[in-house]
Design a protein around this ligand. Sequence first.
Ligand code: GLU
Length: 409
Amino acid sequence: MSAFQNAMRQLDLAATAMHLPAPNLERLRQPERIVDVHVPVAMDDGSQRIFHGFRVQYSNARGPYKGGLRFHPQVDLDEVKALSFWMAVKCAVVNVPFGGGKGGVTVNPKDLSIGELERLSRAFIRAIADVIGPDKDVPAPDVNTTPQIMDWMADEYAKIVGTPSPAVITGKTIPNGGSEGRGAATGHGAFRVFEAFRAAHGMDPETATVAVQGFGNAGQEIARLFHHHGYKVVAVSDSRTALHDENGLDIPALIQAKRSTGHLGQPHGSRTVTNEELLRLPCGVLVPSALENQITDANAEALSCRMVLEVANGPTAPEADALLAKRGIPVVPDVLVNAGGVATSYLEWEQNRINEHWTEAGVLTRLEALMDDASHAVMEAAKTYAVTYREAAFIVGLERIRKAQDDVA
Ligand code: GLU
């Protein structure tokens, strides 16, 4: 099933459990607007390449559309639609005043020079400039898009509208209006959520090992935090390779290697496994932090973890959810676990709008409060409705979206 089909299946399950009225459900079965662009970019060798990109504005019932921009070869309309729907639910779960949107360009940014990447980023913003804005739609980083890319985009937008407008994009570098704490926010929020759920599932550093699939911004930070808190991180992977060491990997050294060489390398004592083998390794917490549809009906029976903590968006397909629920393996869902990214984007947006710059401690205190409230709301709903954590998170988010829809209807 495609990512969007999976997303709609999740919507239907939660809508049924909570008796979401049909008119509210109907409004959530498709995006409000799809922007589909082709942008020409001058390449370093003098040729021109046309890139295909999207911005999907799923729902603005609760506030401006909000969500990242992804640069990846797999980006297509179906994926962006799913990701934008999950953003709408996520912003509601973490209770920040945003709707859901998402964008992307079908490209492998690793094939581009810095100059080409900058020209693509600027050209894409020119193409969608009409539909974004601090009160309309606020993009941010996602897979393969960095604070530097956000700076180029915010700068291009300022040129178009003729005035600096930092709140149009979040996830910028600090000198250009970014927030303290935003870089580490997704991982930080994810660990905070884990802390709220771990007691209920008997997880602690003595008994639980961790396997992390994906070593981008969020994957590195969550691996670092588990390692820092005394957990043995026994496996990590990036798009090229996966490493396993049952005695625990040296995560700070791997982060250093990844940042300086772009690769994980092969630390002494570790063995190379495939990404698929990583998912099946015996461990306490499996942390998918890469792309969608990694845990499916093809491997859910073979997983041997005690909990899944979804740092990626959409890593578990609905059929796998059902199999894992039957096996008693809790899945703490993406729309809660990775919401620290957008929660801190909200804090950045607020700082930009009132022209303030808050301390890291101030930002993290607010982030933690948002994550704790969201975690407790989800745990409560799971009990009240006797459903999985994913359904509970959807129920919390959809109920807030329903209220906002009904207020203006
Ligand atoms: N791309 C991140 C996500 O999937 C962050 C989005 C944002 O900050 O707007 O949640």
